[in-house]
Write a protein that binds this ligand. Structure first.
Ligand code: 13P
Ligand code: SF4
Length: 319
């Protein structure tokens, strides 16, 4: 058998031995998505990854994704062991929102309710009132607006401006961006639309506003999946990480999916529209951490209760 098959067998065996379950994001390698599902774990968006990790009885969670996903799992289940193939798998939104500067920004605007995207550190979560992911941000901000809240939003400015445009809420923005989605280009997308006039355009709201404006459906990874299944079309142009293509194609065998253009799209560009940190996850890493127990996610126990508060609010709101 090939090395890949051997690694998968080893992981299946280790999961049983260690009473562990895999929690994978849609952007990681297809092998890690399929294996998670096949072994009783989940492949999902960041919101459902959090809920699944919290509710599953396994003592060990193997999170294939980026660090904030592992940290959220640990905050929700401090008694569990949360392993990640690579602890350096971060996110440009998290990197661009350091706690000291963010805290000072919040202190300058004490009249605003602090709404923070899941793609942040545990410390930033602990400074927030509400946590959101892209699949529930609209509903949560709408509900806060209806109660008269003014909002301080961090860190993704594109998602923030999309939500402001949809809800009309009073929002003040932190200036962060996702390095993957920020690269999608409206002009090139219009040209691709001309080549495929029947295709519907599906866009993750971390993309720039002129790209979002061309969308037939805007939403989180799970919303994109749902739209592809439910929309009356057989061709789609997809503006999100290309890891998503695996599930889209698997669940929609009769439909065709094209990658939306980025500035660097070319035959030689291997990392276009693919998160370099999501790409740090692989079968070998999963097998290794399961075997050795290395790469256990640590969150300062002193901040866990406060960081948990906004996450619990989000999970209760979306239950
Ligand atoms: P979702 O919450 O839609 O899964 O997105 C997470 C993410 O990192 C998007 O880039
Ligand atoms: Fe962060 Fe973007 Fe990577 Fe998602 S795709 S983890 S938002 S850098």
């Amino acid at each position: 058998p090939t090395e890949r098959v051997q690694l998968k067998d080893r992981i299946r065996r280790l999961l049983k031995e260690k009473n562990a379950v895999m929690v994978s994001h849609y952007y990681v390698h297809p092998d890690l998505q399929d294996l998670a599902e096949e072994t009783g774990g989940i492949v999902s968006d960041s919101l459902e990854m959090a809920r699944f990790g919290r509710d599953h009885p396994a003592q060990t969670l193997v999170v294939s994704g980026v660090r904030f996903m592992g940290e959220t799992a640990k905050i929700l289940s401090p008694e569990k062991t949360v392993l990640m193939p690579d602890l350096d798998a971060t996110c440009s939104l998290d990197l661009g929102c350091p706690i000291d500067e963010f805290s000072a920004f919040c202190d300058q605007h004490p009249d605003r309710t602090v709404v923070v995207y899941a793609n942040t550190s545990a410390a930033v979560k602990a400074r927030s009132d509400w946590l959101v992911t892209s699949s529930c941000a609209l509903d949560i901000v709408r509900a806060l607006k209806d109660k008269g809240h003014k909002i301080l939003w961090a860190p993704d400015r594109h998602l923030g401006s999309y939500i402001q445009q949809q809800t009309g809420a009073d929002m003040l923005f932190w200036n962060g961006a996702c390095i993957v989605h920020d690269e999608f280009k409206a002009l090139e997308l219009e040209l691709l639309k001309k080549e495929h006039p029947q295709a519907k355009v599906l866009v993750h709201p971390e993309s720039p506003p002129d790209v979002v404006a061309l969308a037939d459906a805007v939403g989180s990874t799970s919303a994109i999946l749902k739209a592809a299944q439910e929309m009356d079309a057989t061709e789609f142009i997809v503006a999100t990480d290309k890891g998503m293509m695996h599930k889209l194609r698997q669940l929609n065998p009769g439909k065709t999916f094209y990658e939306a253009p980025t500035a660097g799209n070319s035959a030689t560009c291997k990392s276009c529209a693919h998160c370099p940190w999501m790409a740090m996850n692989g079968l070998a890493g999963v097998a290794q951490v399961l075997e050795s127990g290395a790469n256990a996610v640590q969150v300062d126990p002193a901040i866990i209760p406060r960081a948990r508060l906004p996450i619990d609010r989000m999970l209760a709101f979306t239950a």
